[in-house]
Design a protein around this ligand. Structure first.
Ligand SMILES: Cc1cc2nc3c(=O)[nH]c(=O)nc-3n(C[C@H](O)[C@H](O)[C@H](O)COP(=O)(O)O)c2cc1C
Length: 250
């Protein structure tokens, strides 16, 4: 097993390695508007759900562009529009143009117009959503952690914690019980540059979930105070009853 030596790596290589190992990542296709109302779109894969109540998400926005020290339009616009933005779910409908809208265009260029994505009014926030995406998380910033060397595009970040104030979902991705049907979403994820992945077909599978209380605990390999196994066996033998309390969806 090779031990990675960070001391010999450039900042770009270190970030690249993290981006290749923490995969696949969902892609937040973020829409924002500037003071003039110009719609901006850019993808962000350093993105995660945080909690259900309140519904919070987190996204890491780099402090500056790669090719210039200018701040990212997404960051500038979020500040200009009272912390409002929309996370549009990235699916195969958007896949072809992910890299195009990620290009560091000047702020007076609307990437959505450039690639022909249609916008629509959001429900709660003033920032439009993308009609070509099947789900939209309308967000308001709750807190920002600014960290790292703000002059470096591999170090300086704004970690944005935002409340999801409204969600809209197209019926094309829900099943008969109104839950999201993962086989219909066609979600696109980020692998290390330049790779992506589509969640479809055989790559999607489900597993049963059984609570510890519902297991035949005799079969669970406990250890004693010194870490020695007391009982050997399979930890996965259910007693036959499924718990109804396992619904955290994580
Ligand atoms: C798939 C993908 C994921 C990305 N994820 C992030 C990210 O999480 N954080 C970030 O700062 N930049 C990320 N980028 C780069 C931004 O999209 C890029 O800097 C873009 O130009 C920002 O646009 P803006 O200036 O319009 O905000 C990503 C690019 C791609 C293609």
């Amino acid at each position: 097993m090779k031990v990675v030596d960070f001391s010999t790596m450039t900042p770009a290589q270190k970030q690249g390695l993290l981006s290749q190992l923490v995969v696949p990542r969902p892609i937040a296709m973020i829409t924002t508007i500037d003071e003039r109302g110009v719609l901006n779109v850019a993808p962000f894969s350093y993105y995660m759900p945080v909690s259900g109540d309140p519904p919070l998400i987190a996204v890491t926005i780099g402090a500056r562009h790669e090719a210039s020290p200018a701040p990212k339009d997404t960051w500038r616009n979020i500040q200009a529009s009272s912390g409002e933005f929309v996370v549009n779910m990235t699916t195969t409908a958007l896949a072809d143009h992910i890299e195009t809208v990620a290009r560091e265009y000047p702020s007076d260029v609307s990437e959505a117009d450039l690639v022909g994505w249609r916008s629509m009014s959001s429900q709660v926030v003033a920032v439009p959503s993308l009609a070509d995406s099947p789900a939209h998380l309308e967000c308001r910033v709750r807190e920002v952690l600014t960290r790292g060397d703000q002059s470096s595009c591999y170090s300086g970040v704004h970690i944005v914690l935002a409340e999801v104030v409204c969600i809209t979902v197209d019926e094309s991705i829900t099943g008969t019980d109104a839950r999201i049907d993962p086989t219909r979403v066609q979600a696109v994820g980020r692998m290390g540059f330049p790779w992506f992945v589509v969640a479809s077909g055989h790559s999607i599978f489900s597993l049963e979930r059984t609570a510890y209380a519902d297991l035949d605990t005799e079969s669970v390999p406990h250890v004693d105070g010194e870490g020695r196994a007391l009982v050997s066996g399979s930890a996965a033998t259910p007693r036959g009853r499924r718990s109804s309390v396992l619904s955290s969806d994580r």
